[in-house]
Design a protein around this ligand. Structure first.
Ligand code: NAX
Length: 325
């Protein structure tokens, strides 16, 4: 069997980390033939909880899991890492302004980017989950000049999966009948879930989008505010669905997407669709030979353009705040 893939999970003792690591150990992220070495990176105060998680991983007796290490030193945690799941972030606490949040996270992700640049494996692939995910990914990439920027991505697959599920409910079809949905822009309330190009069984998403009242007053806000709805219902933020989406993202990145379909991921813009180069924005993407490619050439109508532009403007403002701290 191949050498173990070194997977570093930050914030491993948190809710999303906990919901991710067992599935990674079970082979759901990298496939049933790929052994895994897990590195759980946590802040010193959460090390005991991470040790408990590592004990439970032991107790899973996962055949693919070759080792588990609990670490509070990023340099050791990312040494030789093939995959970085950057889930840990500074949460917004009472009285904290958005600018403070951006500054606190930008220093975390700047230093993790530097460490990744120095010690990770040459093929390191990073997914940032910790918010503000897009901007944190841009900051980490900017501090890792030797790693191609395209290897720093951010999670919008949860938003994508939410959009697929909502459209499936509306059309009364199975989620498997839905393809070519796109999340554009930022993982935030300004994100734009686009169904104009979607396939809904034998029908087109544009047919559903023609019902503008449903699109504007129901579909778009339901997807964009789903995180808040989950928080209100559960009394805790989305964890298992976020872990599921993180695993979907990495699995598709490594194993590929079906050729005539696409998914959504936030990547460093190539300038496609007029989105400024280097901004980490969500796009329609395919994974080909282990690399994300932006699906180009989609016609963007006025309705979509205005919403994409609004989310991109927010990303630019976040970037300015994060880089000029
Ligand atoms: P938790 O607070 O349960 O866990 C976060 C963990 O990260 C904690 O155990 C903390 O000790 C650790 N941590 C913080 N800073 C760290 C650092 N510098 N190095 C290593 N570990 C560190 O949060 P959880 O619910 O797991 O959410 C994690 C992040 O995901 C949050 O930033 C959250 O906002 C974000 N989300 C992003 C989503 C997306 O779609 N991109 C959706 C879900 C989620 O809201």
């Amino acid at each position: 069997s191949p050498a173990p893939a070194v997977v570093t999970v930050t914030g491993a003792a948190g809710s999303i980390g906990y919901a991710s690591v067992f599935r990674i150990a079970a082979g759901e992220m990298l496939g049933p033939d790929q052994p895994v070495a897990l590195r759980l990176l946590e802040l010193p105060q959460a090390i005991p909880a991470a040790v408990g998680t590592a004990m439970e991983l032991d107790d899973g007796a996962f055949g693919l899991l070759k080792s588990v290490e609990v670490l509070d030193d990023p340099r050791k945690a990312f040494d030789g890492a093939n995959f970085g799941l950057l889930i840990g972030a500074r949460p917004r606490t009472k009285g904290m302004e958005r600018a403070d949040l951006l500054a606190a996270n930008s220093s975390i992700f700047a230093s993790q980017g530097e460490v990744i640049n120095e010690v990770a494996a040459d093929d390191i692939r990073v997914i940032v989950v910790g918010n503000p995910a897009n901007t944190n990914a841009a900051v980490a990439a900017a501090h890792a000049p030797d790693v191609p920027a395209e290897r720093f991505t951010a999670l919008t697959r949860l938003d994508h999966n939410r959009a697929v599920a909502q459209l499936a409910h509306r059309a009364n079809v199975d989620v498997g009948e839905i393809s070519r949905v796109t999340i554009w822009g930022n993982h935030s309330a300004t994100q734009y879930p686009d169904i104009f190009h979607a396939r809904v069984g034998r029908r087109s998403g544009a047919e559903y989008a023609a019902d503008r009242e449903w699109l504007v007053d129901d579909f778009i806000p339901t997807v964009a505010k789903r995180g808040t709805a989950i928080l209100e219902a559960r009394g805790a933020s989305s964890a298992a669905s976020a872990a599921n989406a993180t695993i979907d993202h990495v699995r598709d990145w490594v194993l590929g997407t079906p050729t005539d379909e696409w998914t959504s991921a936030a990547l460093s813009s190539t300038g496609a669709y007029g989105i400024p180069e280097g901004l980490v924005s969500s796009f329609p993407v395919r994974s080909v030979d282990g690399r994300w490619e932006i699906v180009e050439g989609l016609e963007i109508n006025e309705f979509s353009r205005a919403r994409i532009d609004a989310s991109v403007a927010e990303l630019q403002a976040e970037r300015d705040a994060a880089f000029n701290r």
